[in-house]
Design a protein around this ligand. Structure first.
Ligand code: MN
Length: 292
C-alpha cells in the first residue's frame, strides 16, 4: 500500500495512476503533522487499513493531485552518517555510525514531491544525498537488531541535502527544504527486505548515485536499533539511512531525482532565489577569524 498526503491535508492511497481519498473513511483529524502522521500515531496498522472498505471513497487521477510530503512535519528526522563503504572512501572517512552516532535534522526541513530545494548560500557547495528513508510505525526504545524491523511502518525515497561547510551536521543539513521525501510511503509489507533495494539518484539528468541497499554498513535494522538506544523513536519519525558514493554540488535549475526500487521516484528542482553570500549569514564570531 502506497500512502501519501495530497491537496493540502488529504490522506490518499496511490493505486493505478489514481489516488483514493480515504480522509473521510478513516475519519482521524489531521492535526499539525498532517493526516498520515495522525493515522500512524492513532496506532493504525497496515493490516487494519488493508481490511477497510474504501470502495465508495472518491478517486481522482494521480496527475490531477497535488502531492505533498507524506509526513510534512514529523516529530524528528534522524540521519545516519557515513553508512556506505564507497561514500566512506569518497569522503576520506575512517569512521562510521559506530564512532559518530546518528544526527538530527530539523523537522522543518521536510518537503515533498515537485517542490524546490532552496540553496541557502550562493558560494558554498551544497550536495545531494539520495537515501532510503524509513518511517517508524510505533515507539521504539532500545529495541534489538532482531526485532527492529517490527517498528517500521514503511519506506520512501529521501534526499539529505547538505552544505559542505564546517558547521555541525545538524546545521548544515537543517535548512528549509533540505529533507525532500516521498512521493509516498510504501508500507513495510509491500516494500519487502529494506536491505535489498536498488537506489538511483540523478542531478540535471546525470546519474550520480547507484547502489543496492545491501551495501549499507549499518543495515536498516542496525540503524533503528542504534538510534533507539539513544532516543525514543516515535510514530512517524523519519530516518535517512545514509548515502552511497556520488554526492556532488547542486546548481540553480538542476532537477534532482531519487528513485528506489518498489518505492517510486522523487523529483525536485534546485533554486538559488533565496540564497545569500556565506559571509552575509547572521553572526560573525568564528574563532578562525584573525581579528577575533
Ligand atoms: Mn546523509
Amino acid at each position: 500500500m502506497k500512502l501519501t498526503t495530497f491537496n493540502g491535508s488529504r490522506l490518499g492511497i496511490v493505486e493505478n495512476q489514481e489516488i483514493v481519498d480515504i480522509t473521510d473513511s478513516v475519519g482521524i483529524p489531521a492535526g499539525a503533522g498532517g493526516p498520515l502522521l495522525a493515522l500512524i500515531e492513532a496506532g493504525t496498522t497496515v493490516e487494519e487499513l488493508t481490511a477497510m472498505d474504501f470502495s465508495t471513497a472518491p478517486r481522482i487521477p494521480l496527475a490531477e493531485a497535488q502531492i505533498g510530503a507524506p509526513l510534512p512535519r514529523p516529530h524528528k528526522v534522524v540521519g545516519a552518517p557515513v553508512n556506505y563503504v564507497d561514500h566512506q572512501i569518497e569522503m576520506s572517512e575512517q569512521k562510521t555510525i559506530g564512532d559518530y552516532g546518528v544526527f538530527l535534522k530539523a523537522p522543518s526541513s521536510v518537503t515533498g514531491q515537485g517542490g524546490s530545494i532552496d540553496l541557502p548560500y550562493l558560494d558554498k557547495r551544497t550536495d545531494q544525498e539520495g537515501e532510503l528513508g524509513v518511517v517508524i510505525g510505533k515507539r521504539a526504545r532500545r529495541v534489538s537488531v532482531e526485532g527492529a524491523l517490527d517498528y517500521v511502518f514503511g519506506y520512501m525515497p529521501v534526499l539529505d541535502i547538505t552544505v559542505r561547510s564546517t558547521e555541525d551536521r545538524s546545521t548544515r543539513k537543517s535548512f528549509r527544504t533540505f529533507t525532500p521525501t516521498g512521493p509516498y510511503v510504501v508500507t513495510a509489507d509491500e516494500a519487502g527486505d529494506p536491505d535489498d533495494l536498488e537506489l538511483k539518484c540523478w542531478v540535471g539528468g546525470e546519474l550520480r548515485q547507484q547502489v543496492n541497499t545491501r551495501e549499507l554498513i549499518f543495515s536498516i535494522a542496525e540503524v533503528i536499533a542504534y538510534a533507539s538506544h539513544v532516543m525514543d523513536l516515535e510514530p512517524g519519525d523519519i530516518i535517512a539511512s545514509g548515502t552511497p558514493a556520488g554526492v556532488g554540488p547542486l546548481t540553480d535549475g538542476d532537477e534532482v531525482v531519487v528513485e528506489i526500487e518498489k518505492l517510486g521516484r522523487l523529483s525536485l528542482t534546485v533554486s538559488t532565489a533565496n540564497a545569500i553570500r556565506y559571509e552575509d549569514r547572521p553572526g560573525q564570531h568564528s574563532t578562525t577569524d584573525a581579528a577575533h
